[in-house]
Unconditional design. Structure first.
Length: 167
């Protein structure tokens, strides 16, 4: 799809595509107010600007639309229609049982400590790298971790927008 084709879609079609990129209702609604853009660079800038206009509850809503890192069962069931989540976590399919167990335990501890799912830009990372990142981030304050998770979500959103437009 091209930017011009996207710009000419009706509101509901745009909304569905934007939700695939980010699960925040507020972000999607803000993106629908953006005037047509000339290229992907402009769209990514708008996406970032609108993301920073969102509030904590909007960011957490987006986080809730992600499977836990390494949760293969969730990827098969709850998130089976998510065209990108499985690919983003593809490396965990070849992970050892110990790493998967450690990720599951880490995800549970993380959610208990911070009140939301662990968010990391998983594309290109090994399960061991993601486990190391999760472990290191457990030392953050809740405020610092929210900011980090918000930035990771922004990376995911931008990456998905690039995929949407064939980049």
């Amino acid at each position: 799809m091209t930017i011009a084709e996207f710009d000419h879609l009706d509101k509901e079609e745009k909304k569905l595509l934007l939700y695939q990129c980010c699960g925040s209702t507020a972000w999607v609604e803000k993106m629908l107010t953006v005037p047509p853009v000339e290229d992907l660079v402009d769209l990514l800038e708008d996406a970032e600007e609108k993301w920073y206009e969102c509030k904590e509850e909007d960011w957490k809503e987006a986080f809730s639309h992600h499977p836990k890192i390494g949760d293969l069962e969730s990827l098969k069931t709850t998130f089976s229609n998510d065209q990108w989540a499985g690919a983003e976590q593809a490396s965990v399919k070849h992970s050892s049982e110990q790493v998967l167990k450690s990720l599951a335990e880490g995800n549970e501890a993380y959610a208990k400590r911070f009140g939301h799912v662990f968010i990391v830009f998983a594309t290109g990372k090994t399960p061991e790298e993601m486990l190391d990142i999760l472990t290191a981030r457990m030392l953050n304050t809740p405020a610092d971790e929210l900011k980090i998770a918000m930035e990771e979500q922004l990376k995911i959103t931008k990456h998905r927008l690039e995929k949407l437009f064939g980049i």
